[in-house]
Write a protein of this length. Sequence first.
Length: 598
Amino acid sequence: MPALPPENVATALKAGNRTQFMLTKDKDPVYLAKVRWNQKLVTADAPVTGNTPPVDGVPWTAHGDSQPRCWPYLKLSWRQGFDQGPDLRFEQTEQGTKLTVVFDEDSSRRVAGCVPFDVSVKSVELRYGNELDDVLSFEEILAEPGAGAIAPTFKVEASASVPLEARARVINALQTPGIASWRVRMEFVWLRIHPIANDVDPGGVTTPTPSFPADFDPVVAIPASAKFRPGNFVAGVMESRTEATAAAVSPNVLNPRIQANLRGTALDQSKFYTAALKTKLIYPIPTFMTTPETVAFERTLRADFPKGTPENRAIYAAIDNDYGVLGWRNTAHGWFQPTSIQDTVYCLPSAYRLRVDERTGMPSIQALLLRATANQGADPLDPKTYTVRLTLKVAPDFDVEQLHALRALVRSESHNTVRFADLVLGGYSGARFVPDPSLAGLGELFAGSVAGQREIINPEYGFTLTYEGNAEFIDLLFQRLKSDGIEGAVELDLHDASGNKRTQAVPVVLSLRKLASVALPWGPAVPDANSGTTPPADDAGAALAALPRSIELRNPSGMPVTLARLEASALQRSPVTGQVQEWARVGADGSWPRTLQP
């Protein structure tokens, strides 16, 4: 139904002339924390046992742990909200076609009474044919801890670039039952135990027997009364180590009591991100020798997603240019239409107004004096010899408070699955300009005009109106611009969920009293450097310290600009799928309004 091709959807006007700043992955603490959880914290939580390794489908209890564990299974995540269905979708990006997928740990397939081992995800593949190279490898993989014992304990997000030569085959395989399948490789570490007998290790090297404080628990390797404090070693651990015992510590062991404190919750993942970045891996002081061993396994799932199934349509929306499958809805806060694009919601502007020239800062009005061709020999001082061509540039304008209310409504209607809607003007099947009827009957005052009915306009970026008439007519237009304005309407064709078309009019109000919003260039201010060296990104929250905490705005125009207020929102997005997982309103400091000189 919508007329926007994919390349225009990605660049369509953001509601309210909104601009964004995105953190690169090497500076994104959420991305770094997830990577560290998957690569270090999970694999370091190694169970300690005898010589029998864990077996799939069998409860397994680590030494000193009362909670039985088992190997985890996976299932494809299910989208909630407006467009429920498998959490799988194609996306059109500047780099080409991408395929993103989200898996959950399948809690329904656990061994009774068990929780799954903490695993790291090593690879995700989509097999879409019978040949050996008919495999799409997902190069971007992130695992994230879940809520706890009943809900899935982790989820996996993955993204892959689909080669142009393989795109048709991949799409066909996903729509044809029995061809495509997922293959996810996971692993965890367990320790094969070798008790130290008579102070001699299995290699025959004499190892001094460590001495422990009275309240020290040698199994978990921290004092039983100790509390976990992110960013610090637990009191009593380092002090009790000697050089010999510290050298005997396996570098692959993370204290399980520490690991329990690192688990995130569904309500507040920010504590996990901070702890994952700041936690130093604390190793137990062994009374035995251990050999770390890796347990690797694969889970295979069918990948059947026929396009004829309604919940699967969103998967192929970017391929079929079928974004508006849910239809437009009218609300107290304006019209909106959910889309199959991640967190994107179509909306309409509140009005169309005079554009501001970004170079001069003045209303975008251009006047040109013309001599009529038929009057070439007439008196050059006679005003009747000339006409004036007036060109007005028109742009869509959005009411900020209405956008806030609409985002809150979308958040409620989607059951909080669209936490911060990316509001975009789009999703219409046709648009036209209807002129101010009061200007249509001025007769001889017009010498010519292209400000009449226009069946094809671009409502996202605005359009241009050109009036041409005698001096009396131009004076009339300027009087209107200074008072009530030149009016009209932009009519957009919208479709509801049943496919029925209706025409919705957005008012055009061209007045010098209120102009369209203008976007000032801005960027983050670079944090002050504390030293000449940059610490590792996962060391004691260095990534958090490197985040910009202020922004700088510039006024490139030729006129002073007074800012009534400044509003910003901080978004926490998934580095793989781009979904907004959390958001917060950001307030500007200092007194307002403020004036920016040219």
